[in-house]
Design a protein around this ligand. Structure first.
Ligand SMILES: *[C@@H]1O[C@H](CO)[C@@H](O)[C@H](O)[C@H]1NC(C)=O
Ligand SMILES: *[C@@H]1O[C@H](CO)[C@@H](O)[C@H](O)[C@H]1NC(C)=O
Ligand SMILES: *[C@@H]1O[C@H](CO)[C@@H](O)[C@H](O)[C@H]1NC(C)=O
Ligand SMILES: *[C@@H]1O[C@H](CO)[C@@H](O)[C@H](O)[C@H]1NC(C)=O
Ligand SMILES: *[C@@H]1O[C@H](CO)[C@@H](O)[C@H](O)[C@H]1NC(C)=O
Ligand SMILES: *[C@@H]1O[C@H](CO)[C@@H](O)[C@H](O)[C@H]1NC(C)=O
Length: 412
């Protein structure tokens, strides 16, 4: 596909966003905190009342076959809705699909004289239902926003027909099943948000070779780590927090170097040492690997990340010295190392708050600092130093491979 074509789709999608969806657009440059928020869904008790619809299409009224297809798809969808407490779909009646709440039409990019359904925005509708196969008829869609509803079931395979889809936000619903592989066949998809669902199993390696700008998969039940062979990824924001990946962060993380700015891996059961390749991610602004089982020292290469603003290593089993090179990073705003086993802070690292940097070093083994771990716990940890060259992490090689012991091999 010619790049001018995909860029015209991109422009089209953004114009649409600005015109209609600005209030609900998930800001790609969302700051760390907001990147993994749940949305503000009001989870009402669901009164499961099946609506019966008897809309007979006055065929002659729709002369545009694309809008006719859209009519069929949207009526099928309305029939697949059990509960719509905010009445979003009450006016989904009759042939004027462009007037339906949450449905946005725009001129077709290939033939601007005709109108097509280009966007669906049902964010925060609290609708219970499922996605019917007929959604494949909405083949001109550029945007689907379904944040904070109660849609359940699996993602239909017919979505492969949505060859112009640019943004897919299914976040905060009740979708289940393996990673919806149909997504990988969508040639123009740039923004993928599946967070807060119940997807499970391994991530397909192809996910990392797609030209995505942002990938949000946090708060699901995914189990396998990033594959050891990535190819070059284009994602700027990757949020995988609160899954059950296990395994180590592979050196292939370096394949994200030309794009990655925010990398959120908090609470993903990561093991082993941080690879020094993390320091190759020269565009990083936010790195969060907190609440894992990472061992070993802070890779000194992180001191080369000139754009780094937030570094969160809290609640791991890391040890050794906190290098001054990181504490003097020019853009550092917040550095958190609490709940580890660090035993020394170099130079200015002892007094970072005096530079106006948020810094938390509680519950380590820093002899000069308050609120540290007990001497007994620290001595026990020091008896088992970690040799990162010796530490092999089998789980990164293949998806779902054997899980290594959570405890590092002790130095002999
Ligand atoms: C939705 O429509 C029903 C029936 O017309 C009405 O009773 C209810 O108050 C409406 N709910 C909202 C949130 O407007
Ligand atoms: C659709 O909405 C437009 C603008 O609000 C209105 O002029 C038009 O009559 C509506 N069409 C139908 C069939 O309701
Ligand atoms: C795919 O879209 C075309 C229209 O662009 C339609 O004719 C066809 O039935 C759709 N296929 C599926 C599986 O929905
Ligand atoms: C970590 O993720 C699990 C689900 O995988 C969740 O139950 C738990 O609350 C999370 N812990 C934290 C500290 O966020
Ligand atoms: C610094 O980051 C930690 C961990 O993300 C967070 O809990 C804390 O609120 C942040 N501090 C400031 C001042 O932003
Ligand atoms: C930290 O820095 C401030 C300002 O530079 C200084 O006044 C203070 O004595 C320092 N504290 C320590 C413990 O070095």
């Amino acid at each position: 596909m010619a790049s001018s074509y995909s860029s015209s789709i991109r422009t089209w999608a953004f114009v649409l966003l600005l015109l209609h969806l600005s209030s609900s657009f998930n800001n790609l440059a969302a700051k760390h905190g907001s990147s993994i928020k749940h949305g503000s869904s009001a989870k009402h008790g669901s009164s499961i009342t099946r609506h019966h619809h008897h809309n007979h299409l006055p065929i002659k009224a729709i002369t545009n076959p694309r809008l006719h297809n859209a009519y069929i798809a949207l009526q099928a969808w309305k029939n697949a809705i059990y509960s719509d407490p905010k009445n979003f779909t009450t006016n989904w009646v009759g042939p004027s699909v462009c007037n339906y709440t949450g449905v946005y039409c725009a001129p077709f990019p290939h033939d601007t004289k005709i109108q097509v359904v280009a966007g669906i925005d049902l964010n925060h509708a609290d609708i219970a239902g499922f996605l019917p196969d007929e959604l494949g008829l909405l083949s001109e869609l550029a945007l689907i926003h379904l944040n904070s509803n109660r849609f359940c079931g699996i993602i239909p395979q017919t979505l492969a027909n949505l060859t112009l889809l640019f943004e897919l936000d299914l976040s905060n619903n009740r979708f289940v099943g393996p990673f919806p592989s149909v997504i990988l066949s969508l040639p123009t998809l740039r923004y993928l948000d599946l967070r807060f669902n119940e997807f499970e199993g391994p991530l397909p390696p192809q996910l990392f070779t797609k030209k995505f700008d942002a990938i949000f998969l946090n708060d699901n039940l995914f189990t396998s780590m990033i594959p050891s062979n990535l190819g070059s990824s284009s994602a700027t924001v990757v949020v995988f927090a609160n899954n059950k990946f296990g395994g180590c962060l592979p050196p292939s993380i370096a394949d994200f170097a030309n794009s990655l700015e925010e990398f959120i891996m908090t609470n993903t059961s990561l093991l082993g040492c941080l690879p020094h390749e993390v320091g190759f991610l020269y565009k990083l602004r936010v790195l969060d690997v907190s609440y894992n089982k990472i061992v070993g020292p802070i890779p000194y290469s992180i001191a080369g990340l000139a754009h780094l603003e937030q570094l969160n290593l809290a609640h791991n089993m890391m040890s050794g010295i906190v290098p001054e090179g990181i504490c003097v990073l020019p853009n550092l705003e917040n550095f958190t190392i609490s709940y580890n086993f660090f035993c020394e802070e170099e130079g200015i690292c002892c007094n970072l708050t005096s530079k106006g940097i948020a810094f938390d070093d509680r519950r380590n083994c820093l002899p000069e600092k308050p609120l540290q771990r007990t001497k007994k716990v620290c001595e026990a940890a020091l008896e088992h130093p970690v040799d990162c060259f010796e530490y092999h992490c089998a789980a990164t090689a293949t998806a779902g491979a054997t899980t290594p012991s959570p405890l590092p091999p002790s130095h002999s």
